[in-house]
Structures are given as C-alpha cells and as structure tokens.
Design a protein around this ligand. Structure first.
Ligand SMILES: Cc1cc2nc3c(=O)[nH]c(=O)nc-3n(C[C@H](O)[C@H](O)[C@H](O)COP(=O)(O)OP(=O)(O)OC[C@H]3O[C@@H](n4cnc5c(N)ncnc54)[C@H](O)[C@@H]3O)c2cc1C
Length: 406
C-alpha cells in the first residue's frame, strides 16, 4: 500500500499546528503544507504588535468558550481535547515559556513572535513535514479513496486534506468549498474601532477611561472596559468587545449607528445623584469645572461640561435641578454618532466562514466530504482580543491533525 499523505492547505497558525499534530500522531504518514504565498506564518509574525498573544490564562473550558461570539458551543467540546493549558504545555515541552500579564494575556517570554515561528519551523523540519510555497490551491477534486488538489503549479494526491486557509473577507473566496457542498456563513469583519467623523471628542485623542460602558442605541449590545479616544473616534477593549459581539448587527446597520457612553462604567443614576449632592455639600463654593470628583481626566471633564452646556463659572452649590440633570445625563448616557469603522491594528479577524453545522467537532471533519477537515479562522469561529483567536487555531488544528486518520 502506498504511503498515506495528509495535505494541509495553508501555512498559517492552524496549518502548522495541524501539520505538527498530524505528524506526531501519524508518524508513518507523509505530511505536507501547501502555502499560497511566499511567506509562512505571516499573521503570527505581526500578531500582538510583533509579540504574539499566544493564548489566555483561562483554564476552565466552559468559561474559555464564552470569549467567542461565534463558535462557543463547538469550542466548549473541542477544548476537552486541547485547551489553554495544553497550549502552555505544548510550547513548554519545546522550550518556550510564557509570561502571563495582569489582563490574562500570555506572550512568549522573549516578547517576540519570531520565537513561535522558529519553534514551528524547527519542529516541522525535525519531524519531516514537507512545505511547498507559492501553491495556492484552487480546487479540491474528490476521488473514491482520496483527493486531487489543484494548486497554482501542481496537482497533488492526498489521502486526507486539512483546509486552514484563514479568514477570508469575500464570499467569492469560498466558492471552491461551496462547490463541495459546504454552507458558508457570510464573512464579515470583527474587532474594529468606531469612526466618529467631525466629532469634537476626537480632540481628546489619547484620553483613556479605565472603566467605561458603551451601549449601541436600540440594541442590547454592551461593551465594558477601558475606552480610548482616538484620532478617528473611539477604540479600546470596550469598543472592540462591542464590535465582536455586534459584528453582524453593526454590519446590517452599515456601520452607522449611535452609541451611549457611561463614562462611570455601570454607575447607577441614584448613586451618581448622591455623589453630586455629597460633592456640593463638601465643596459647594468651588467651581464645578475646577473640581472633578470622578475617575476621568480633567480634559474629558471640561469637554463634557461644555457639551452638556453647563455654565463655566457655576459652583457646586449653584448647580440646581436643571444642571444636575444635564450632568447626570452626560456622565451616564453620552450620545455619539458612529459613521464607519477602522481596522484595529493589533488584531482583526473575520466572523463567518464554513458553517460549524457542517463540521464534526470531534475530528474537525466535514460532514459533507468525508476525509476533508477544517481548522482555524476559515471556520465560523472567532474570539474577542486577548489570545483567543490563536487558541481556536491551536485547538482546531491539533484536533484535525490528530484525528484525520484512524
Ligand atoms: C494584525 C493581526 C494581529 C493579530 N494578533 C493576534 C494575537 O496576538 N492573538 C490572537 O489570538 N490572534 C491574533 N490575531 C488573529 C490571528 O492571527 C488569526 O486568528 C490566526 O492567524 C488564524 O490562523 P489561521 O491559520 O486560521 O489563518 P492564517 O494565519 O490567516 O493563515 C492562513 C494561511 O493560508 C494561506 N492560504 C490562503 N488561501 C490559500 C490557498 N487557497 N491555498 C494555499 N494557502 C492558502 C495564507 O496565505 C495563510 O498563510 C491577529 C490578527 C491580525 C490580522
């Protein structure tokens, strides 16, 4: 019998992890990676600002799965085979230690994504994984006992195939997989920042509020966490969370909607009114603009007072009902128009892709084409920022590689 040939299409994060897992679990099989471009692991290189946020310090599988706006239930099962601890152990076994930051993100101790790339390349070499560059696969021909892959320059025979071609912004990029009977969930961007053209808030560029809440008006979408004012509008974890959880709703609104910002996180109106009264009692003679009792910068405080039309000379004891109402409203329900989005430079992903209903999560095999497997961002799985997208790539790649042969 001729040697079994496992071919991985795509030399990115999921592709390498699938190839290394396949070779480890099926050492007698030939394992090859076909990569379209002249670069391997290009996204790993630029990830996490060049440092590669490898995973997240979340060691409960159920909780880990809640960081995925799409794919949560499938990943909960998949993490039983390979989770965040497995990732840490996998790299540690290969001499790469991770550093955990206070926000839970894990980076290699070297703080350099090249460490991860070097590890994958040396493992692939050691195990004898064949790598073919400049081989964009255009068609998968299904044969009675295997596949013929048609790439730019070759026709390659394969016993099993693992597709790891990553997130694709255009529906047309999925045509070759649709032809094989796969359902495609419309691809859309996730993890983007909000543009607020012409809005004077942009003059506060660089301002950070450590704990804010942002709601999308008319929806239940809520993002909480640090909020950053940028040259374009608003960014930071609170906004990125909204963009991920609201990827589809915001696309339907063609990225034109209003947000309501609570600059004091989840402070309730009744508590804020008590704070205002307390400040008026303690510092009644002080000018409101000179005494900012809230955890926001003085620049933002002055901006909000002006926006709320609160007289600049007014003192705390002179606020009265009308100005108190204005102050409460601007601090808890500050409304901004969002018109458009900007790609977040640290990390962006595609929501949508090959439908998970087409996939057997136990081995990542297509339910439409036996012997064909999928892993990584090509699937309708995506996470929020913090190392979750790589974790999904490692997990699904590992499972596909391990279980693609009996
Ligand atoms: C700037 C940036 C920073 C990021 N930082 C982080 C981070 O720090 N932490 C995190 O968890 N996530 C991060 N992400 C997300 C993460 O990089 C992706 O989720 C992850 O790379 C997906 O892995 P993948 O292997 O599925 O796809 P990719 O890494 O995109 O790899 C797909 C590969 O397939 C190749 N390919 C495509 N089509 C074909 C074809 N037809 N034939 C052959 N080859 C093909 C591509 O050229 C590519 O090499 C970041 C993303 C970006 C854009």
């Amino acid at each position: 019998m001729s040697k079994q040939h496992i071919v991985i299409i795509g030399g990115g994060a999921a592709g390498f992890f699938a190839a290394l897992s396949a070779k480890k679990h099926h050492p007698t099989a030939q394992v090859s990676i076909l990569e379209k471009s002249s670069k391997l692991l290009a996204k790993v290189k630029v990830s996490g600002g060049g440092r590669c946020n490898v995973t997240h310090a979340c060691f409960d599988n159920k909780q880990l799965s809640t960081y995925y706006p799409r794919g949560e239930n499938y990943l909960k099962k998949a993490f039983e085979q390979f989770n965040a601890q497995s990732t840490i152990d996998w790299f540690a076994e290969r001499g790469i230690r991770m550093k955990t930051y206070p926000d839970g993100c894990l980076f290699p101790e070297s703080n350099d994504s090249q460490t991860i790339i070097d590890c994958f390349l040396s493992e692939a070499k050691k195990l004898g994984v064949h790598i073919w560059m400049n081989q964009g696969v255009k068609k998968i021909e299904v044969l009675p006992h295997g596949f013929k892959l048609h790439s730019d320059q070759k026709i390659v025979d394969a016993t099993r195939v693992i597709v790891t071609t990553g997130g694709q912004p255009k529906r047309s990029n999925f045509a070759w997989l649709e032809e094989l009977g796969h359902d495609i969930v419309e691809p859309l961007p996730s993890l983007f920042t909000f543009n607020m053209p012409e809005n004077p808030v942009r003059e506060l560029m660089g301002t950070v509020v450590e704990k804010a809440s942002v709601r999308v008006e008319g929806t239940k979408l809520l993002g909480q966490g640090p909020l950053l004012i940028t040259h374009w509008g608003m960014s930071g974890p609170a906004v990125l969370l909204l963009s991920a959880w609201g990827a589809r709703i915001l696309a339907e609104k063609t990225y034109h909607f209003h947000v309501l910002v609570n600059w004091l996180n989840d402070k309730k109106e009744v508590d804020l009114r008590a704070d205002i009264e307390h400040t008026a009692q303690l510092h009644g003679a002080k000018k409101v603009q000179n005494l900012n009792p809230f955890p926001i910068t003085n620049r933002l405080w002055h901006f909000l007072l002006t926006k709320a039309d609160i007289p600049s000379e007014i003192r705390w004891h002179e606020l009265g009902k009308k100005n108190t109402n204005k102050l409460v409203n601007i601090l808890l329900n500050d409304r901004y128009e969002v018109k458009g989005k900007t790609t977040f430079k640290e990390e962006f992903v595609t929501a949508g892709g090959v439908a998970m209903t087409n996939i057997d999560i136990r081995n990542m095999e297509s339910k439409r084409v036996p012997g064909l497997h999928f892993a990584g961002e090509i699937l309708d799985i995506d996470g929020v920022t913090g190392g979750f997208n790589f974790q999904a790539a490692w997990t699904t790649g590992y499972i596909a590689g391990k279980n693609c042969l009996d």
